[in-house]
Design a protein around this ligand. Structure first.
Ligand code: C2O
Ligand code: CU
Length: 463
């Protein structure tokens, strides 16, 4: 099934959804620039944002598994930037990390990204320079890689969920960029939540229609708890990687940068003169459920429910191999408010916490409050790696590894599904395992981007 067929089935994506761009032309441009966006602020103000293609979210980039993606990134922002293709097992030179995989792209500059996508699934792209500011200003977009044989659904909805910190005037709250209060706590949270750049995101659906919902958390730091009303859903993939068995949805926890693919059947009755006719994706905020996406149910797709979905075919990830023979490493995560970190290394020097705060560094990995000059781990190509992560802080963290997908290893040795970003709770210890099959320098960091900017960032070398 192709995108075109989804679109011909319904006009629902036409209005507020992200704009479509088709891959394949040699010199497609991805331009980052300031723009104004109507996020649905009650005052009616347009918010000054930074967006790819002049909107937020940027264009949905969509291609087939194994295809080549070529984009000339053009930086028309007032500061240097780069594009990271989150979750793609990409060639290292295309990973978009300034000073590690490429020079940063200055204002007015450009960079050609050109790579193939090995895995199908839901991915996204975002800057990797001053991410705490550039992401918060709206620079992100979805990257969708279609399976050769996608699951049968009536329609595909890409839903990028974000929280914005806006002032009364509906403009981005700039004074709090770089706030150490945020950086040492939860990161920058915002009270204004959008789906695909709208606080009142709406789409149309039919009763008994089967949708594929691709949920992406593009927030700087907020962990979303999401649920469905008027739909029965199954989780079919996490961070782009299909689950062996679809799992019925109750509520979904989506940490920053994580994705969850759901296949959902609309069970709400169609709208009649007597009412009915709405289904929702809600967000849970403390004890309140708030509709983030409203689906108006008009007409019926079929008379009865479809059978539950089949699993999606897996991607060509290497099997983990013998975990007993894996190379092991330890990552100690320290710092933050109410933490026990007294000192760490910055600019090659041991510093006390006061001095570190003066340098905007409040977290550390293995005692380093900056990117170390040498990798925290060196792997041979093809080697199985186990990393034990000890969260010695009072805060949750969303741990992300570039260039690979990993599995969480349980205390009993059982492994979870493949992911690229793992949510860790305060004081939690977790272990991940992966095969280091992608040569290069790969970042590992917390995706609460204020945390990574203030110390939670390291790298490993696959040689
Ligand atoms: Cu979305 Cu370095 O990551
Ligand atoms: Cu963190």
């Amino acid at each position: 099934m192709t995108r075109r067929m989804f679109l011909s089935g319904s006009a629902a994506l036409a209005a507020a959804g992200p704009r479509m761009v088709f891959a394949g032309r040699a010199e497609d441009v991805l331009e980052a620039k300031p723009a104004a966006a109507d996020l649905g602020h009650p005052g009616g103000a347009k918010t000054g944002i930074w967006g790819y293609g002049g909107g937020t979210p940027g264009p949905v980039i969509r291609l087939k598994q194994g295809e080549r993606l070529t984009r000339r990134f053009v930086n028309n922002l007032p500061q240097p930037s780069s594009v990271h293709w989150h979750g793609i097992r990409i060639a290292n030179a295309m990973d978009g990390v300034p000073d590690i995989t490429q020079p940063v792209v200055p204002p007015g500059g450009d960079f050609l990204y050109d790579f193939t996508v090995p895995d199908a699934g839901t991915y996204w792209y975002h800057p990797h320079n001053r991410t705490w500011e550039q992401l918060a200003r709206g620079l992100y977009g979805a990257l969708i890689v279609d399976e050769p044989n996608p699951p049968r659904v009536d329609r595909d909805e890409v839903l990028l969920i974000d929280d914005w910190r806006l002032g009364q005037d509906g403009m981005i709250h700039e004074d709090s960029f770089g706030s150490m209060g945020d950086w040492s706590h939860n990161g920058r949270l915002g009270g204004f939540v959008t789906v695909n750049g709208r606080s009142d995101y709406k789409a149309r659906a039919r009763s008994m229609e089967r949708l594929r919902l691709r949920l992406v958390n593009t927030a700087n730091a907020r962990i979303f708890t999401l649920g469905l009303v008027g739909m029965t859903g199954w989780v079919v993939a996490l961070d782009g990687q299909p689950l062996a068995k679809p799992e019925p949805v109750t509520e979904v926890t989506l940490a920053p940068a994580q994705r969850t693919d759901i296949i959902a059947d609309i069970t709400a009755p169609e709208k009649t003169a007597n009412g009915g006719g709405e289904a929702f994706i809600y967000g849970r905020f403390r004890d309140q459920r708030i509709a983030l996406c409203t689906l108006t149910v008009e007409g019926a797709a079929r008379a009865g429910a479809l059978p539950p979905p089949e699993p999606i075919a897996t991607n060509p990830l290497p099997p983990l191999g013998n975990l007993g023979k894996a190379k092991t490493a330890l990552l100690r995560m320290e710092g933050g408010a109410m933490g026990a970190m007294h000192e760490a290394t910055f600019k090659g020097q041991r510093m006390g916490i006061r001095e570190l705060i003066g340098h905007s560094r409040v977290w550390a990995f293995n005692g380093m409050a900056e990117m170390p000059k040498t990798p925290f781990l060196t792997a041979r190509l093809g080697e199985t790696i186990r990393i034990k992560m000890e969260n010695l802080t009072a805060w949750p963290h969303a741990m992300h590894l570039h260039g690979h997908h990993f599995k969480k290893v349980g205390a009993d040795g059982t492994t979870g599904p493949f992911r690229d970003t793992l949510l860790m709770q305060p004081e939690e210890t977790a272990e991940i395992a992966f095969v280091a099959d992608n040569p290069g320098k790969w970042l590992m960091h917390c995706h609460m981007v204020e945390h990574s900017a203030s110390g939670m960032m390291t790298w490993l070398l696959v040689s």
